[in-house]
Ligand binder design. Structure first.
Ligand code: ASP
Length: 336
């Protein structure tokens, strides 16, 4: 069949008009996606700290550390970077900061060593990676990410994890990197009071992807290669684009047994609870009844943030695309 030139012209105009309409629609959609709120939240551990009991001068040191970390995450997310990149970069700054119980500032085991645990999870596909009981990897969170992306496993431990990290070209340090006499004495004193100094980060990026990560030296004075909740997916760390991202800090044995991070996701998925209700229920009801002290940070797919804890304080900070941010330590802060 022959199409007359006039009809062809009309057809072409309407097709291109349709295309440009659909492009417009796409543009609007893209803009909407772009405008979607990114959000980031970090913790530096929960514990018995209060304004009255905080060592003089340390308040501002902790706040500066949290601010530095959240700024790093903000930089990644506001530049259109992924939630995973934000989580890893943020946690690396906290691992390099000797004030927090992760990386450089890791607490000491009963035998006077440092054994580190970390995990990261990608909420877009439920990929996860973790390392536990490692003694010579400078940034365990990066090792965890390598396990996720470059191995077929989820959790590697001890010497095997170190060997894997070496093969991946990650920075390996002598175990003494985690030890200085001054830090040993100073941190033992501080950490005796502020028991949980684990660090964690959860982020939502502008594409709607969630990610969570946690890194820790574990519980001070631990023995027998004890592993806590931080590297256990679903206990101390979890992310799922359909619900939320969670990173916990506290008495790890309870967080493992109550599968805390996944429980929050499950309460949202199966019971339809909001992020806030689910997080509060787990931390301030279930864990309190169980006797498990600590707290967590969480963010949902809409960018809502929750930071509940049942201890006196929790080092925490957050920032969102619409300019809201805060750095808090004590229980009474950030409640409006
Ligand atoms: N949850 C960590 C653990 O049990 C400790 C902490 O949060 O500081 O290993």
């Amino acid at each position: 069949m022959k199409i007359k030139p006039f009809i062809l012209l009309v057809l072409l105009i309407s097709v291109s008009a349709f295309q440009s309409c659909s492009n417009d629609k796409n543009n609007v959609k893209q803009n909407e996606v772009k405008k979607q709120q990114w959000a980031i939240v970090v913790h530096g551990g929960a514990g018995p700290m209060t304004k009255e009991t905080m060592e003089p001068g340390l308040d501002s040191v902790y706040r500066a550390g949290l601010k530095q970390a959240i700024d790093k995450g903000k930089e990644v997310l506001s530049g259109g970077g992924s939630a995973l990149d934000a989580v890893e970069a943020t946690i690396r700054t906290l691992e390099d900061n000797p004030m927090f119980n992760a990386g450089k500032g890791a607490v000491f085991t009963h035998e006077g060593r440092n054994e580190l645990d970390a995990a990261i999870m990608d909420g877009s596909n439920l990929a996860a990676g973790a390392v536990a009981c490692v003694t010579d990897i400078k940034n365990p969170i990066t090792a965890a990410r390598c396990v996720m992306t470059r191995s077929e496993h989820v959790l590697l431990t001890g010497a095997g994890a170190s060997q894997f990290a070496k093969e991946q070209g990650l920075e390996i340090v002598p175990p003494s990197y985690f030890y200085t006499e001054r830090r040993f004495n100073e941190l033992q004193e501080i950490l005796k009071k502020e028991k949980f100094g684990t660090v964690g980060c959860c982020a939502l990026d502008s594409k709607g992807n969630l990610a969570a990560g946690t890194s820790t030296g574990g519980m001070p004075n631990k023995r027998y290669n004890r592993v806590g909740d931080a590297p256990i997916i679903g206990a101390g760390t979890y992310a799922n684009n359909h619900t939320c991202a969670v990173s916990a800090t506290g008495h790890g044995e309870f967080f493992i047994r109550w599968t805390v991070a996944h429980d929050i996701s499950a309460l949202m998925e199966y019971k339809g609870l909001s992020l806030k209700s689910a997080s509060e229920l787990v931390v301030n009801d279930k864990l309190v009844k169980a006797g498990g002290s600590g707290g967590l940070i969480s963010v949902d797919k809409e960018g809502n943030i929750s930071m509940p804890f049942n201890s006196k304080g929790m080092f925490r900070a957050f920032a969102t695309a619409d300019g809201k941010e805060g750095v808090y330590i004590y229980g009474e802060e950030g409640k409006n």
